[in-house]
Design a protein around this ligand. Sequence first.
Ligand code: ATP
Ligand code: MG
Length: 567
Amino acid sequence: MRQSLYMIPTLRDVPADAEIASHQLMLRAGLIRQTASGIYSYLPLGKRVLKKVEEIVREEMDATGAQEVLMPAIQPAELWEESGRLQAYGPELMRLKDRHDRDFVLGATHEEVITSLVRDDVKSYKKLPINLYQIQTKFRDERRPRFGVLRSREFIMKDAYSFDTTKEGLDASYQAMYDAYNRIFTRCGLDFRAVEADSGAIGGTDTHEFMVLTEVGEDTIAYSDSSSFAANIEIAPVNVTYRKEKESPQEIEKVGTPNTKTIDEVSSFFSVDKRKIIKSLLFMGDEPVLVLVRGDHELNEIKVKNSLGGAVVQLASAEEIKSVMKCESGYIGPIKTDGIRIIADHAVKAIVNGICGANEEGYHFTQVNPDRDFTVEGYFDLRNIQEGDPSPDGKGTIKFARGIEVGHVFKLGTKYSDALGASFLDENGKTQTMIMGCYGIGVSRTVAAIVEQRHDENGLVWPAEVSPFDIHLIGINMKDEEQSQLSERLYTDLKQLGYDVLFDDRTERAGVKFKDSDLIGIPVRIGVGKKAAEQIVEVKLRSTGEMIEVAVADLPQKLVELVRERK
Ligand code: ATP
Ligand code: MG
């Protein structure tokens, strides 16, 4: 490809609204442009990388025996009604009507469509197991689209769905995907880790997220410093035995605490450790539930939901708190609550002479003792694990890392096959429900994650397998007859050898060309410069900066060593 005609609108300056390196660099290197908030166009260079990642995904999926399909982005709303998700998915689901006023949605995911397809066309155990996948555009009206294509509203996903006759079959299908994902992300040159994740109502460790480890990741991973334990903090269980403090319970007291609402304020008002404070949070669902955690702990909403049997609950708004508790949020507590359900984290049970809101503006109770002063329906694990906690597997201590979720493998069970009636006839002619798994990879997010991990102060540093081109050939001074001729000849020869070559044939200054080349980040750069007359070129490796002079005659051999083996 000749750079003079190629659309790579590189930018010198860092775009003001791009917060993280990958977003900045994808804009600066001319890979993407924003069309609307969270909606992007891929320019030629970006599209090439996307294609490379898609190809890796496709090869590895095909190698497992999965079959590629393509489902529609526009889906009838009735299908989502059938699965019960039309309401449950909420405002992230983009909805539209056709000219006949029929309701449709833009696919955020494809469980409904695939299950209905398999339901209608696969009837016998003889046709199972089957795993179908597609690489396709997804739509999610994210509350906070950000970081470029890392969290966008339209993005490219590989989604696969497995259908099995037995639970053991599902385990095998799941393992095959898990292994394929490891190969895919390794080939993408990523430093990643598979971690246990939230499986919602299904429970257990039947789901893993593939996390690319980087500071800017939106997820927090809790891992053990001395075992293989790693989980999203959303689900990492806390395995701590709390011992009741050894002081004797005192009489409860109501104390005036004007303008003392937050845990920090209460802690400094009373000069006590936050461990003494009982933090109360109100959740709304079918009925209000008051949830208690220790002042120094962070509440985990997923654990709250799971402890309530997968109920749909969310933190109450300021107005809801006022109307339920008859008091402002900073002063609510578990005492005198008019029979509201109360659940608490295990740590709360061990508090002696603690402090909590008095359900009266400007007051707190002190010398509060759980089970004496208020009744708790049940004690559960409701807090986030913290650094320094013992690892839940009993081996070592918890540390934190940040990660970007690029993939997700999930044992669905019969949730969708039950709802949509996907069944098969077994060997005995008996009708049984198919057992499903689903497996997603954020293809466009993976591109951004690669950039996030593989760049330096000068620009992108592509791993060879996903680089938009194999070689960046630069005619350093195209006005010089010898340089121009040799670079033109090399351009033809290198293409003939099967390499993808970006040829900088522009008549720009050398400095500009090198800067752009570093920014674009193709692994191998060949500079045709002053020694063109002697048939010598400069070969520079983007990743190390190492530069060597190579005689043109030796170039093919040298490139075999430097560029990954051609297929
Ligand atoms: P997240 O927690 O980041 O919102 P998710 O749990 O909603 O992700 P899944 O429904 O499991 O994601 O989708 C499968 C994959 O699609 C994710 O692992 C991620 O790589 C990608 N993905 C999800 N949402 C987005 C988005 N808004 N933009 C880009 N990629 C996304
Ligand atoms: Mg999401």
